[in-house]
Design a protein around this ligand. Sequence first.
Ligand code: IMP
Ligand code: MG
Length: 191
Amino acid sequence: MSAESGPEPPEDLYQRLDHILFDKVEVLRRIAEMGREIEADYKGKPLTMVTILQGGMLFMADLIREVHLPMKIDSLSVSSYGSGTTSSGTVTFHQDRMPHLDGRHILILDDILDSGRTLRAIMDRFAKEGNPLSMKVAVLLSKKVERAADVTADYYGFEVGNEFVVGYGLDYDGEYRNLPVIGVLKPEFIH
Ligand code: IMP
Ligand code: MG
């Protein structure tokens, strides 16, 4: 990019990180490992992966290309966080249409499992509205905190401590999702 138009956005975003937890290579390597595991578990089964928007979209895009099985994909739009860094506790569904669940093994994908409220609300709703053959959870990150709701990550990429992380789908106030790494923001960029 030319000097007049300033630095590339990713470069600018990197400046806002205090430190990087997982770089792009590590993330993709780990997702490939998860893919092998999921492939072995779902071989011969009618699989649908349902990602939670917006955070889970990058994870899904990379994971499905590492699972070499016939599958369907779907998505669900919910919000639980508002604009801060702590959970609002209530989960809002932004769409009435539910994924097709009957007769399918459902693997729900999200960027991170924190309190567990979001995934619990989704699983409860799926159980009420359809008859999936099974329901499991795969998240890129599992936060090491006491869960407020009963959810276990059947598959997870990495564990993180109780801190707010951004990048690779994870946002702060709607931004940073396009950062190709996962990291922790400098305090001056949290308002
Ligand atoms: P839970 O309902 O508390 O498990 O929160 C899950 C949702 O909160 C995730 O889908 C994320 O969108 C968001 N979230 C939780 N922790 C973080 C974080 O550290 N950074 C960014 N988003 C987070
Ligand atoms: Mg989010």
